[in-house]
Design a protein around this ligand. Structure first.
Ligand code: GLN
Length: 390
């Protein structure tokens, strides 16, 4: 068995027996979910999907749609215009709280219902169908396949969505929502009713993990900056009023939904998704969270752990007939530039003045401009003749 799949199966076995929590009951269709479903998927840089458990079961995406609709409106109108309508602070309140910023009426962030409704209200289109089409196109690009709406969950949500409608009316009274309330709300209910599997969610997560590039299709879905903005907001707000503790214990940007999905992102490493319908009191999947937390711990994925590769680019030194060649690969960030300079300074001590050194940077995957400026400035001060090839 593939060692990663074996590790995933082990994680699944470890959480399987926990039957605490209960499926969401406020949307009648969701209350009928099979509570024992359990699935887990990861997608790495080459776009290979690995999954275990009930990985073919389709469920509605619910709140996990929020970061992707946010990504769409950020791409269309930019961060500042979005932030005029919705904040970026963790609310510390339940996902469906009736709570808006004093005076402005802005919701706290785009991950709680109010903020998501305001965000969805920014999607362009003449009617619900056109807006839903745009959202489906965006989410499908993230997932790498064509997604569709579950009509019966949509009707169930719409027929019981008065609290969300109330939020819509309140925000429209402040001008936070321009669109007619029914237009924004029906689009939001349809967006929440898009069907996905845990494998789709893992691909969607991986597209955020790799800076907006879908590793399955190779398509650029959003700009790197948009992916970064979305991940920042997921880090502070993605798990509702558990977001702070989640960041502390698990350390990955994540998003949950009331049908039991959880998606998490290890930047530049993996997109992860889990599915199990029983929820805790915050509305987050009990076993879904346990799966991601266990994976993060076992694979050392906490964001705030030291990651040596950032400060240690790969430096390969070889002797050739026309001097020494230093090949750099990996990532040249600020700390890495410092390390390359240290290698050069050590060489300067042992080599005669005027020695020739070729610094070959062609294999660097990523170079940060400030690191390059620092490196170049210092190169000029060294007593060797350094040629820089990029
Ligand atoms: N459709 C759900 C709602 O608006 C989404 C909430 C969630 O997944 N937390 O109530």
């Amino acid at each position: 068995m593939d060692p990663i799949v074996a590790l995933m199966q082990q994680v699944l076995d470890d959480v399987e027996d926990d039957d605490s929590g209960a499926p969401a009951s406020y949307i009648p269709e969701l209350a009928e979910a099979e509570p024992d479903h359990l699935a887990f998927a990861v997608v790495g840089p080459r776009g290979q999907i690995r999954s275990v458990g009930d990985d073919e079961v389709a469920f509605t995406i619910q709140s996990i749609s929020k970061p992707f609709v946010l990504a769409h409106v950020l791409s269309e109108i930019g961060l500042d215009a979005v932030m005029q309508r919705v904040g970026t602070e963790p609310s510390g309140e339940p996902f469906n709280a009736i709570s808006l910023e004093e005076n402005t009426g802005r919701p706290a962030n785009p991950m709680v219902n109010a903020g998501a409704i305001a965000t969805t209200g920014l999607v362009a289109g003449a009617d619900v169908d056109e807006r839903t089409e745009t959202i489906l196109r965006t989410l499908s690009a993230f997932a790498g396949r064509d997604l569709r709406v579950d009509e019966s969950v949509y009707r169930s949500e719409s027929s019981t969505g008065d609290r969300n409608r109330a939020l819509g009316h309140l925000m429209r009274s402040y001008g936070v929502v321009d669109a007619p309330v029914e237009l924004a709300l029906e689009t939001y209910f349809r967006q929440c009713s898009i069907l996905v599997t845990v494998r789709d969610l893992a691909v969607m997560a991986s597209t955020l993990a790799f800076g907006g590039m879908n590793p399955l299709t190779g398509d650029r879905v959003v700009e790197e900056r948009v992916a970064r903005n979305v991940l920042s907001i997921m880090s502070s707000c993605g798990m509702y009023d558990f977001s702070g503790e989640w960041l502390l214990r698990v350390g990955l940007p994540a998003k949950s939904g009331v049908s039991g999905g959880v998606l998490a992102v290890a930047p530049s490493q993996f997109g992860v998704a889990a599915f199990s319908p029983r929820l805790d009191r915050h509305g987050n999947s009990v076993r879904g969270q346990a799966i991601v937390a266990t994976l993060s711990e076992r694979m050392g994925m906490h964001l705030l752990e030291p990651h040596e590769s950032i400060s240690q680019p790969i430096v390969d030194i070889s002797e050739t007939d026309d001097g020494r060649v230093i090949r750099l690969s990996g990532e040249l960030g600020f700390a890495a530039a410092e390390r390359v300079l240290a290698v050069l300074r050590d060489l300067a001590v042992v080599l005669p003045d005027g020695s020739v050194i070729h610094l070959d940077a062609r294999e660097l995957a990523r170079t940060h401009p400030a690191a390059l400026v620092a490196l170049r400035t210092e190169l000029d001060a060294l007593p060797m003749r350094i040629s820089y090839v990029e």
